[in-house]
Structures are given as C-alpha cells and as structure tokens.
Design a protein around this ligand. Structure first.
Ligand code: PEP
Length: 250
C-alpha cells in the first residue's frame, strides 16, 4: 500500500465567536516541526472566522478550510459562499456533503458532487462526507449505502490531491458512539476497493478519514485501523488541547 500522509481535520460547525480565536491561534502555534512532519492538520471554522483564521495560520503548519461551498462560483445566491470566495480568503479545503447539511438543507448526492466539483475548480481540496444512518446499519445496508454515496457524490476526475473521503456514520456523529474497529475496517476496506476500481492509483492513494465521536481517548485506537488515514473531528476540535491531543495520537 502506498505511503499516505494522514490528515486530521477539525469541523467547528456553527460554533466559534471572535472570543474563540485564541483556540485557533493556540492550535496553529502548537504544531511543532515533529508533528508537521508526520501529518496534515486542518481546521474548518465558520465562514465568519475563515479569513481571520487564515491570517492566524500564516507561517504555521495549520491548514484552514470551510465547512461547505456553493455549486456556483458567483451569482444571485443570497447568503451563500462560493469555493472561489473560500480560496480568495486563503482557505485550502471545503467539506462537502456533511450529514448535517444533507439533513438540514436537503442536499442529495448530485448536489454534493456538484459542490465537490466547484471546490476542485477553485483549487480547493474537497472533503466528501458519506455515512449510513442507524436504520441503514441495523438493516445490514451499510456497504450498499457507502457504494451509492461514493458513486453519487465523488466527481469523475477525482484524484488523491483534490478529494478526501470522510466516512462518518450518521449515528456516531456527536453521540459518543463509534462503530467497532472491525466495522470501521470493513467500511474503509470497501471504500478503498471501490475507489481503486474507479480511480486506479489515485484511488489507492486517496485519504480516507474516519469521523464520529473521535476523542483524545479513542484516537490512537481508531487511527491504527487499516485504511484509516486520519480523522474528521467535530466537538473535540473546539478546544485546542483536545484537538492537539488527537493530532498527537499519531
Ligand atoms: C463531525 O461532525 O464531522 C463529527 C465527526 O462530529 P463529532 O466529532 O462531534 O462526533
């Protein structure tokens, strides 16, 4: 298997005021050369803090990205933010298809694919989120759902540079629950096979993150699973000490 550089990404969701910028600064300033040598570390604050965050991250190893982007780069879309605008604020990544957006905003696979394509067109890396619901897992349809979401949400020309996949079981997000290591291994092996079949060598190298209740206490066990190339972290990314402890789990 090729050498894949791990990525630990923090998703602040709709959290973070100016008074929390000290946490971003603490994360940026704490990434020493030894850690930066081993992994990529990304923080996705809310859009309101994005430009200030990229300024705080300048000259540090911290990468900054956004939690969503529009399918178009500009135009009559009140309240939306485009990938071009994120790139203009020096963001380098956009999360697309997070389960909260699929639920809250009715985003389907086709929309997520168009957003990923828009991110790539603006020279961002798209973090495409997929994952089964509790009901889908209980009825034994997890891999079928993941296959459908990969097919429907990941653009045809995806490469290991332009796309990261985040496997986030919906029932594990913000609940303190995680699948067993064996279940995560099975899901990630399936994603790897599917992506390798579709994208060849690029699919072999594409980073596959696990997300859903990753904490300092379980990070090293989760990150040791085969084909888990990093983590997407929600709640535990809000405090610099917790997020850094997860990064140090590598
Ligand atoms: C997420 O929303 O991407 C997530 C994984 O959240 P949490 O870590 O809080 O479960």
């Amino acid at each position: 298997t090729p050498d894949i550089r791990p990525l630990v990404a923090g998703n602040w969701k709709m959290n973070g005021l100016r008074s929390d910028l000290d946490q971003i600064k603490a994360i940026a300033d704490s990434i020493d050369a030894e850690l930066a040598e081993k992994i990529d570390i990304l923080l996705c604050p809310p859009m309101t803090l994005l430009y200030v965050a990229t300024a705080l991250a300048e000259d540090t190893a911290l990468l900054v990205g956004a939690q969503d982007c529009h399918t178009s780069q500009s135009g009559a879309h009140t309240g939306d933010v485009s990938a071009q605008m994120i790139a203009d604020c020096l963001g380098e990544f956009a999360i697309v298809g997070h389960s909260e957006r699929r639920t809250d905003h009715g985003e389907d696979d086709a929309t997520v694919k168009a957003k990923a394509q828009a991110a790539i067109s603006a020279d961002l890396t798209a973090i495409v989120c997929i994952g089964e619901t509790e009901e889908e897992r209980k009825s034994g349809r997890t891999l079928e759902v993941l296959g459908r979401q990969l097919e429907g949400s990941v653009p045809g020309g995806a490469t290991a540079e332009t796309v990261v996949i985040a496997y986030e079981p919906v029932w594990a997000i913000g609940t303190g629950l995680t699948p067993t290591p064996a279940d995560i291994e099975e899901a990630h092996a399936f994603m790897r096979r599917t992506l390798a079949d579709r994208y060849g060598a690029e699919g072999e190298k594409m980073r596959l993150l696990y997300g859903g209740s990753v904490k300092p206490g379980n990070a090293s066990e989760l990150m040791a699973i085969a084909n888990v190339d990093g983590a997407l972290v929600g709640g535990a990314s809000l405090k610099a000490v917790d997020f850094l402890a997860i990064c140090e789990a590598y």
